[in-house]
Ligand binder design. Structure first.
Ligand code: SF4
Length: 308
């Protein structure tokens, strides 16, 4: 088995959909978050950086179309044939009235060479009327709705002040996938209270049962100015921050227990260096992936090897 085929890779997934190269372009549409303004909760998730939650930054002067055009310019010099997916990434990208949301998504889709949308949001922020519209949208373009799941354990979700339960995630992921919409999930590995390998393997079982198309994993990062950073200073023994090598083996154990057809998009996140407290790996995504694939070969590991 070669390195690349050891897990279901996101670029191969895109290549199966599009006969051309596709790049995600992040868009900041100026959304806020219901877990901060009291609609779902106050204070936000404990790992989320309050400093980046800056209304000036959110209320960006640039329209969605301008942001996408600028992103296109960056890539098109090197890859003139490239097409794009508009990635509504920052904050909660379904947190507005239906009319406003439709206008924003349609503005992105009207930009030449934008061939689809990726919409990141919280599982408690997906009303039926929006799903009605997204089902129709899904018929005419590529659509992926990505939910912040973060953990499958309600005690941990409460501890990090997520403001929703795993039952909420299960229900929303099912409602979305039932409409035929590609549904993605995002989880953080190493949250406080996550009790070692067994807990993560329980998580792989719960996630594999959901009708998810894609999954992103991220290592826990402590970001300056967050409530979690404060908790860490007070009680560092409550946290286990992985070294790169340790994390690679944890990810491999995890992937070996996942449903084999789940598309794996990412394994790490990279916060800006000036905001990152720990762990400082200094690794780019492709460098991590290369090390992961090498280690998978050494261990003769593959996705779903132990999936039951
Ligand atoms: S992580 Fe997302 S849901 Fe949580 S407080 Fe930050 S913006 Fe809101």
């Amino acid at each position: 088995m070669d390195r690349q085929s050891r897990y279901k890779d996101f670029s191969a997934f895109l290549a199966a959909h599009f006969p051309f190269k596709v790049q995600k372009l992040s868009v900041n549409a100026g959304f806020t978050c219901p877990n901060r303004d009291g609609t779902k909760g106050y204070g936000g998730c404990t790992y989320c950086n309050n400093q980046t939650f800056n209304p000036e930054y959110c209320r960006t002067e640039k329209t969605i179309a301008v942001q996408l055009e600028e992103g296109k310019q960056f890539f098109s010099r090197k890859y003139p044939q490239m097409k794009y997916l508009a990635y509504f990434q920052a904050y909660t990208n379904t947190y507005a009235g239906l009319e406003q949301l439709v206008q924003m998504y349609e503005e992105a889709l009207a930009v030449p060479d934008v061939v689809g949308l990726v919409i990141g949001t919280r599982p408690d922020c997906m009303p039926e009327e929006l799903l009605d519209y997204l089902s129709e949208l899904n018929e005419r373009t590529f659509l992926l709705v990505e939910y912040g799941i973060e953990s499958t354990n309600d005690v941990i979700l409460q501890r990090i002040n997520r403001g929703h339960t795993f039952a909420c995630t299960q229900e929303t992921v099912r409602r979305t996938a039932e409409r035929g919409i590609r549904t993605g999930g995002h989880v953080i590995v190493g949250l406080p209270g996550e009790d070692g390998k067994q807990a993560l393997l329980e998580q792989t079982k719960a996630l594999s049962l959901l009708p998810l198309t894609t999954l992103k994993l991220h290592q826990l990062q402590l970001i300056k100015g967050t409530r979690m950073a404060y908790e860490y200073e007070r009680n560092p023994s409550d946290f286990h921050l992985y070294s790169v090598d340790e994390y690679i083996d944890v990810v491999i154990d995890y992937v070996e227990h996942l449903r084999p057809d789940l598309v794996l998009e990412r394994f790490i996140s990279q916060s800006p260096k000036e905001l990152l407290l720990a762990p400082d790996w200094g690794l780019k995504n492709h460098e991590f992936t290369a090390r992961l694939q090498k280690r998978m070969c050494e261990r003769d590991a593959w996705q779903g090897k132990y999936y039951i």
